[in-house]
Design a protein around this ligand. Structure first.
Ligand code: DC
Length: 225
């Protein structure tokens, strides 16, 4: 008898700079799964809007932009209309702009299909804010990463400096707090742990330990299934 297995989904949600991107990409590598960096889609929409001179409040124009993004994720690059924007979209002002347009329902709706299209066998690791609550509610494993705002500001500082961007700890702390408030308090798909999510507090945890914990939960979930 043949059984058909639909692709497995692991969701990793959490606030900005909680380490979810790195953890998600290492878990995906370890399992040979595809990866969805959903925050990149909001960042790509934001940068397209900035480039096109579209106001970050013009919901119909932004939704149209989000629905017609020409993106290509390769193993280590993100291309927007054929142009390499891998590093550009990591700039702090792009993150802030992404968080602003992410409150708009039409923008979120326009990105749903694109996110679902990342699903493929044998599995997908999806990271973001609403992966476990809205986009992949039936995921086999849901993880919610947290870390103190200080630990996250320090991580973001190192990440920005490493990419050659200017960075200032005080400004970052304020940015992260404002972004947390916006992402948590918005009406649609706010940042919150999905029901049944495993909580992982990573302030004083190495990336390796966080990855090992997620893989252990995954093995457990597969056995229970
Ligand atoms: O994870 P990130 O910092 O790259 O995300 C940038 C912004 O995009 C974040 O502040 C809020 C928004 N976002 C969202 O609303 N939903 C997601 N699933 C991912 C990101």
């Amino acid at each position: 008898m043949t059984t058909h297995h639909s692709p497995v989904v692991i969701t990793i949600d959490g606030p900005t700079a909680s380490g979810k991107g790195t953890v998600a990409s290492r878990v995906a590598d370890a399992l040979g799964f595809a990866l969805l960096d959903s925050g990149a889609l909001y960042r790509l929409t934001a940068i397209s809007a900035i480039n096109a001179g579209i106001a970050l409040t013009d919901e119909p124009a932004l939704a149209h932009l989000a629905g017609s993004l020409e993106v290509n994720f390769t193993a280590d690059k993100i291309l927007l209309s054929g142009k390499d924007v891998t590093d550009t979209i990591r700039a702090e002002e792009v993150g802030v702009a992404a968080s602003k347009i992410a409150v708009l329902p039409a923008v979120r709706a326009a990105l749903v299909d694109l996110q679902h299209r990342f699903l493929r066998a044998p599995g997908l690791v999806a990271d973001g804010r609403d992966m476990g609550t809205v986009i992949f509610p039936d995921a086999l494993l849901k993880v919610f990463l947290t870390a103190s705002v200080e630990a996250r500001a320090e991580r973001r500082y190192k990440q920005l400096i490493g990419k050659g961007f200017p960075a200032n700890m005080g400004a970052l702390l304020q940015d992260l707090s404002e972004r947390d408030a916006r992402d948590t308090q918005r009406a649609l798909a706010p940042l919150k742990p999905a029901e049944g999510a495993h909580m992982l507090e990573t302030s004083s945890m190495t990336i390796e330990a966080a990855v090992a914990q997620v893989l252990a939960w995954y093995r457990e979930a597969v056995q229970i299934k």
